[in-house]
Ligand binder design. Structure first.
Ligand code: KIV
Length: 276
C-alpha cells in the first residue's frame, strides 16, 4: 500500500474519496490502524485526558507528546503521521513553534503537526512551513481553549461565530495548511467550509459532509468511561469486556483455579528432589 502524504489527502478531496483518520498513542494501536488502512494517524494531545489521567489537554508537554509520537512512529508504516502541538508550544512565538514542532518531526518522526486556532496563529503556521513542516489546522471546538469557550460546546451556531470561523479558515488556508479539522460545528457550516476550501476538512462532530472523519480511538473502541459526546459512535464495547476479563482473573487466582496444569511448566523428572 502506498504511503499517505499531505498531497495525497488533497488529491483525495479532489477525487471525492473520503479520508479516514483516528488517534493513536502507542505502537500496537498504530499497527492496528495500518492493518485497517486508516489514512491519517493523529497523535492527539487528547493523550492527556485519554491516557495520562489529566483533566484536559492543557497540561500535556512537548516531551510527553514526543514519547507517544516515537511509539506511534514505530508501529506506523502507511498512514500520514500527524502530531498535535501542545498548549503554549506554538502560540507565543513562531520561532518557538518551529523549535517544538522540529522536535516532533526530527526526534519523533512526525510528518506534520496540528495546531488549534485561527487568524492569531497564522504567523506560526507560516514559520512552520518555512521550516518545511506541514501544518494541519483545527477550528470549532478547540479543546486547548476550553476555559475561554466555557466548556466543550458546539461552536459556530451564531451567524457572527460562523462568519469568523469562515474567515479563520480562509486565513489558515492562505497561510498554507494542508487540511483542517472541524470539531463540534453545525453540519451546514461544515458543509459550506468544505465546499469553499480547496483543502480537505476532517470532521469530528461536524456532520457527514466533511472530506474526512476523525475520532479518538478509545471512544470508537468503547474503552472510555462515562457518557460520550453525541458525535461518538462506539464500534465496540471493549471496556466492559476488559473489566469482565480482569474480574475473572482476580476470582480464579483467589480461588486457586489459575494457573491450571495447561499454564504450568514441569520438568521431565517428577521432582528435582527425586534425583538425589
Ligand atoms: O487531540 C485530539 O485527539 C484531537 C482530535 C480529537 C481531533 O485533536
Amino acid at each position: 500500500m502506498d504511503k499517505v502524504t499531505t498531497s495525497r489527502l488533497v488529491e483525495m478531496k479532489q477525487k471525492g474519496e473520503r479520508i479516514t483518520a483516528l488517534t493513536a498513542y502507542d505502537a500496537p494501536t498504530a499497527a492496528l490502524l495500518n492493518e485497517a488502512a486508516v489514512d491519517v494517524i493523529l497523535v492527539g494531545d487528547s493523550v492527556g485526558n485519554v491516557k495520562l489521567g489529566y483533566e484536559n489537554t492543557l497540561p500535556v508537554t512537548v516531551d510527553e507528546m514526543l514519547h507517544h509520537v516515537k511509539a506511534v512512529k514505530r508501529g506506523n508504516s502507511r498512514a500520514l503521521l500527524v502530531a498535535d502541538m501542545p498548549y503554549l508550544s506554538y502560540e507565543l512565538d513562531p520561532k518557538e513553534a518551529v523549535r517544538h514542532a522540529g522536535r516532533l518531526v526530527k526526534e519523533g518522526g512526525a510528518e506534520a503537526v496540528k495546531v488549534e486556532g485561527g487568524l492569531e496563529i497564522a504567523p506560526a503556521v507560516k514559520e512552520l512551513l518555512r521550516a518545511n513542516i506541514p501544518v494541519m489546522g483545527h477550528l470549532g471546538l478547540t479543546p486547548q481553549a476550553v476555559h475561554r469557550l466555557g466548556g466543550y460546546k458546539v461552536q459556530g451556531r451564531r451567524p457572527q461565530e460562523a462568519e469568523k470561523m469562515l474567515t479563520d479558515a480562509r486565513v489558515l488556508e492562505g497561510s498554507g495548511i494542508f487540511a483542517l479539522v472541524l470539531e463540534c460545528v453545525p453540519d451546514q457550516l461544515a458543509r459550506e467550509m468544505t465546499r469553499k476550501l480547496p483543502i480537505p476538512t476532517i470532521g469530528i462532530g461536524a456532520g457527514p459532509e466533511c472530506d474526512g472523519q476523525i475520532l479518538v480511538i478509545d471512544d470508537l473502541l468503547g474503552l472510555t468511561q462515562g457518557p460520550a459526546p453525541k458525535f461518538v459512535k462506539r464500534y465496540a464495547e471493549l471496556r466492559p469486556t476488559a473489566l469482565d476479563a480482569v474480574k475473572r482473573y482476580v476470582s480464579e487466582v483467589q480461588g486457586g483455579k489459575y494457573p491450571g496444569p495447561e499454564h504450568t511448566y514441569t520438568s521431565p523428572k517428577a521432582s528435582l528432589a527425586e534425583e538425589h
